[in-house]
Ligand binder design. Structure first.
Ligand SMILES: *Cc1c(COP(=O)(O)O)cnc(C)c1O
Length: 484
């Protein structure tokens, strides 16, 4: 019996449609005509595009084969740390494609889209409730846009108090979008070094926090998969100097319904619905990055906002302190329906989902730490971070390990991130994987560690079983070849 998932099997080559086409083939048949053919007027029709002639079955096979070259959460485990690639229940898709939701136009008057407005209204309340904060806006279309929204809110808040502050504190483990969002809003980012325990120390924050600093952006749990245990004390230091705390909530999957972010001192938190609330993602979108805010910051939320009164739900711009509109309409509505469906189908079991995500990550950490170097050996949250230090004597790197995992039928984890951990291997199993799948992943990782010792060339030449072998990544980026 094959012990591994494996990638062997029928992987068919597929030429371009232009190479496959033959003159005169067609994907449809019409009744025989009973009039003489008349050529189109060339002056009007022009040359026409150079489309190949293909039969229906050729087209269906072409796209089916291309789809089979792909890999997604519906094919297998996708342990990409920081991305929360969990299974997305199909019922969410079903609700999102209900004609009343999928077909409604954003310019439809409020009276005629009460259901859609109610969904937005309730989702915003659910998200605020889950995070422990006061109010939310689902308008931002991605986590990064949520960050930008948060930074605009910071700026508006300080302006409202008659202050201009120029700096934002950002830990060195932050996602690259954090300093980018701060810079987009005119702030200068000040890097904070992570402490020896893998978390921020109050001392490091106190040393740089001043009255020209608008606030701190902190990811919690952070990108090392560790909970920022000093968050409350850090928030107090920042608040005492008049600053605000931005929470990057991309890792909310570890703490849904468990952490009350207002008690942790967070003023604004973004949530990635496409990560935590189960929307298919990858390849750049679409997504949604709602922001949740404290009572004090609610007046600054983007408009329009959905409000409820005696006549029902409506969109309103009546918030004079608002930072204004972020999108042409109201964000990526289809994603909101999926998140609403996910939240309503789990109800108070959201907490169990997070606990399973954390348990799975700790299980992997414990089962691999005798083979792979674990820079922070303590309980983790939803992901664990190893390095390639133990592979160094065999001249094998994190990249080689990642490529070898493909031979065994696993999507590689996130590698070389966070940047503060050299050779990082960041594994996030999520709550969706069964014990058997996780055990198989662990067995594979252990087998690869053994291969590194006995036959390192199996790793350095991997992947060996795929359609395309290891690419020269620099050449691939500089001279992309898009043929199959
Ligand atoms: C994914 C992620 C982001 C950015 O979110 P997008 O939705 O991709 O824009 C920000 N911070 C962290 C920690 C993330 O993992």
């Amino acid at each position: 019996m094959n012990e591994y998932v494996g990638t062997q099997g029928l992987i068919l080559n597929e030429p371009l449609l232009w190479e496959r086409g033959r003159k005169g083939r067609t994907g449809f048949s019409l009744p025989t005509r009973d009039v003489d053919p008349v050529a189109l007027d060339a002056a009007i029709a022009g040359e026409g595009p150079d489309f190949p002639d293909l039969s229906e079955v050729e087209i269906v096979r072409h796209y089916t084969r291309l789809s089979q070259w792909n890999y997604g959460v519906d094919s297998g485990m996708y342990p990409l740390g920081s991305c929360t690639m969990k299974y997305n229940p199909k019922t969410n898709e079903r609700q999102a494609s209900l004609p009343g939701f999928a077909g409604s136009h954003p310019l439809v008057p409020s009276e005629l889209c009460q259901g859609a407005l109610q969904l937005i209204y309730e989702l915003e309340h659910d998200l605020a409730h889950i995070s422990g904060l006061e109010a939310a806006s689902v308008q931002p279309a991605a986590g990064a846009q949520g960050e930008m929204t948060g930074m605009l809110i910071f700026a508006a808040y300080h302006r409202h108090r008659g202050q201009t502050r120029s700096k934002i504190l950002i830990p060195d483990t932050a996602h690259g979008t954090n300093p980018a969002s701060a810079a987009l809003c005119g702030f200068k980012s000040v890097p904070l070094e992570t402490g020896p325990e893998g978390v921020l120390t109050p001392e490091a924050v106190a040393a740089v926090m001043d009255e020209d600093t608008a606030g701190l952006m902190v990811t919690n749990p952070n990108t090392l998969g560790l909970f920022e245990t000093h968050i409350r004390q850090i928030a107090d230091i920042v608040h005492t100097k008049g600053g605000l705390i931005y929470g990057d909530g991309a890792n909310l999957n570890a703490v849904m319904g468990i952490v009350d972010f207002s008690r942790a001192g967070i003023d604004v938190l973004h949530i990635n619905l496409h990560k935590t609330f189960s929307t298919p993602h990858g390849g750049g979108g679409p997504g949604a990055g709602p922001v949740c805010v404290s009572r004090e910051l609610a007046p600054f939320l983007p408009t329009p906002r959905v409000v409820k009164d005696a006549r029902g739900y409506r969109l309103t711009e009546e918030f004079p302190l608002s930072i204004g509109k972020l999108n042409a309409f109201y964000g990526n509505f289809g994603i909101l329906v999926r998140a609403y469906s996910f939240i309503r189908s789990l109800g108070n079991q959201l907490k169990d989902a997070s606990q399973h995500a954390v348990l799975n990550a700790n299980y992997i950490k414990e089962k691999l730490k005798d083979r792979y170097h674990l820079p922070f050996d303590k309980p983790c949250m939803h992901e664990c971070v190893f390095t390639d230090r133990h592979l160094e004597p065999y001249k094998v790197t994190t990249l080689d390990l990642a490529k070898r995992l493909i031979d065994y039928g696993f999507h590689p984890p996130t590698i070389y991130f966070p940047l503060v951990v050299p050779g990082a291997i960041m594994i996030e199993p999520t709550e969706s994987e069964s014990r058997e799948n996780i055990d198989q992943f662990i067995t594979t990782m252990r087998a690869i560690a053994e291969e590194a010792r006995t036959s390192p060339e199996l790793l350095t030449s991997a992947p060996r079983k795929t359609k395309v072998r290891r690419l020269d990544e620099t050449a691939a980026a500089r001279k992309p070849c898009l043929r199959g």
